[in-house]
Design a protein around this ligand. Structure first.
Ligand code: ZN
Length: 500
């Protein structure tokens, strides 16, 4: 009855079918073992390892929550104690508690187990779960019928084995129908964190930029093989292409990655959420080996290097190499109109853990523009960055630092200025640029302004980055600096002249 860790729920999966699939999996594993050295090994492993899952579990579980299935309190409690060892049950109020009474429906059952996680991740998970629960109980109390409603939240966390924590929050809603609770709908959300400090991480920090090409090839084969036309939605193939919108939800365990598909996408709505699991060794070219290993110690000094006016060509590539070689990061404020032309550097920046910020579309003085034009500068650039890098910028830097509180509000992003100006654009002299940084008495909490389009800046960066490391400074992104120094995430619409 309990949902297994590795299992991703897919509602209403007929038990017979599930058994058949398991049998088939076993057979495939056996077959695969026998032809280990044969050429078609890889596809066979995939099919064998593919896991479909236990939603049947979730549905049955909720069904049994119905008091109609139990003769008395004792029988019910016996069942509940056995079945919910890994869940905490929550009543309609949405408050968390393990109390339950016979005859009362549960509004939620929340999974609590998983590897030890940092306080940040725990808090994140609690907040998400609480938000779902209170939204659902509000919906239940607002409705004018007096039907029983229930929510099952399966919030599981996994270690990725690459320094990350992967989380899936799976949320299934049920509604009373005569004597049973029936499945109403489901939604899955997935998140990725740094294992050591609990900071959120981007998919491209654990996956190579072309991962979707590799994955789509296998996923289509899987859904073709294990489902028939009735199970698959009309446009199912659309959700399995390597396009932007696909394969953004996934869970990573120690040895496999599980891609999750919302209900009513690949499979028809009544099938709920579906998933395909792939062992890392099968898609090794899609996995980045050691990405999430950067750790920020809040008690040690930190500095934010920032580079405007990119993405650029060779000089920016040089800067990225210097950062990567030292395990360092920076924030790049990009001009929207350059992003697709220099996409290689932009993607690389994300992959090595750098932050991408918005530096407008084509570098205007924002104060000379109409409100609508300012917003267009922002949104167009964010769109270009999302398309190429797969991330949504939260920080922006106004060209020429031309921004006041009112403009920041109009931009609706965290507008970040700088505290150390290297004047690199003016001097174009690496020695002077290095000196501008090294001559500062204390760099803790400082935001350093440079530009990634000058070769002298790249040369200076090759000196500055190892020097900072030697001096005991951690390089952080602007968002991280704001987070650690102010205790709050960057606020949209706010102008940051510094982070004191
Ligand atoms: Zn600029």
């Amino acid at each position: 009855m309990r949902l297994d860790d590795k299992d991703i729920t897919q509602s209403d999966l007929d038990a017979k079918m599930q058994r058949a699939i398991e049998e088939e999996n076993k057979r495939e594993i056996e077959k695969q073992r026998k032809r280990k050295h044969k050429r078609n090994l890889r596809h066979a492993v995939l099919i064998a390892m593919v896991t479909v899952i236990s939603v049947a579990g979730a549905v049955t579980l909720i069904k049994y929550l119905s008091p109609n299935y139990y003769k008395n309190d004792e029988e019910f409690h016996e069942f509940a104690d056995e079945s919910f060892t890994t869940y905490e049950l929550c009543p309609h109020s949405g408050n968390e508690t393990t109390e339950y009474n016979y005859g009362e429906y549960f509004s939620s059952a929340v999974r609590r187990d998983g590897p030890d996680v940092t306080e940040n991740i725990k808090r994140f998970r609690e907040n998400k779960i609480n938000a779902i629960m209170s939204a659902d109980s509000k919906e239940a109390s607002d409705s004018d019928d007096d039907l029983v409603r229930a929510t099952l939240i399966d919030a599981s966390v996994f270690k990725t084995g690459t320094g990350g924590i992967s989380m899936v929050i799976n949320h299934c809603k049920y509604k009373q129908d005569k004597r049973d609770l029936v499945f109403e709908g489901s939604e899955a959300e997935t998140y990725l964190f740094n294992e050591q400090n609990g900071a959120t991480a981007e998919p491209l920090q654990v996956l190579n930029v072309n991962y979707k090409d590799k994955v789509s090839e296998y996923a289509e084969e899987y859904f073709t093989k294990y489902y028939n036309d009735e199970d698959r939605s009309e446009n199912w193939k659309k959700y399995l292409t390597a396009d932007d919108g696909n394969y953004n939800k996934f869970v990573m365990t120690g040895d496999e990655i599980i891609f999750i598909f919302d209900e009513d996408t690949v499979l028809t709505k009544d099938k709920g959420i579906s998933a395909v699991s792939m062992p890392y060794k099968l898609i090794s070219s899609a996995i980045r080996p050691e990405l999430l290993n950067r750790y920020i110690d809040p008690s040690k000094p930190m500095v934010a290097l920032t580079y405007d006016d990119g993405p650029g060509g060779d000089s920016e590539a040089k800067i990225l190499r210097a950062l990567e070689a030292n395990g360092s990061v920076a924030t790049f404020f990009y001009l929207g109109n350059r992003v697709s032309a220099f996409s290689e550097n932009a993607v690389k920046a994300v992959q090595i853990g750098c932050e991408i910020g918005n530096h407008s579309w084509n570098h205007p003085m924002l104060s000379k523009l109409k409100k609508k034009e300012v917003q267009e500068q922002m949104s167009k650039t964010n769109g270009a960055i999302r398309e190429v890098c797969g991330v949504d910028p939260v920080v922006a830097r106004p060209p020429y630092g031309d921004c006041d509180n009112k403009t920041a509000k109009t931009c609706n992003m965290a507008e970040v200025l700088w505290t150390v100006d290297t004047q690199d654009w003016k001097t174009r002299n690496s020695k002077k640029i290095v000196k501008a940084v090294q001559s500062q008495k204390n760099l803790d909490g400082q935001i350093i302004l440079m530009h990634s389009i000058y070769d002298e800046t790249a040369k200076a960066t090759e000196k500055i980055v190892p020097w900072l490391k030697k001096k005991g400074y951690q390089t952080v992104t602007v968002s991280e600096l704001i987070e650690y120094k102010t205790g709050k995430s960057p606020e949209a619409g706010k102008l940051y002249r510094n982070v004191k």
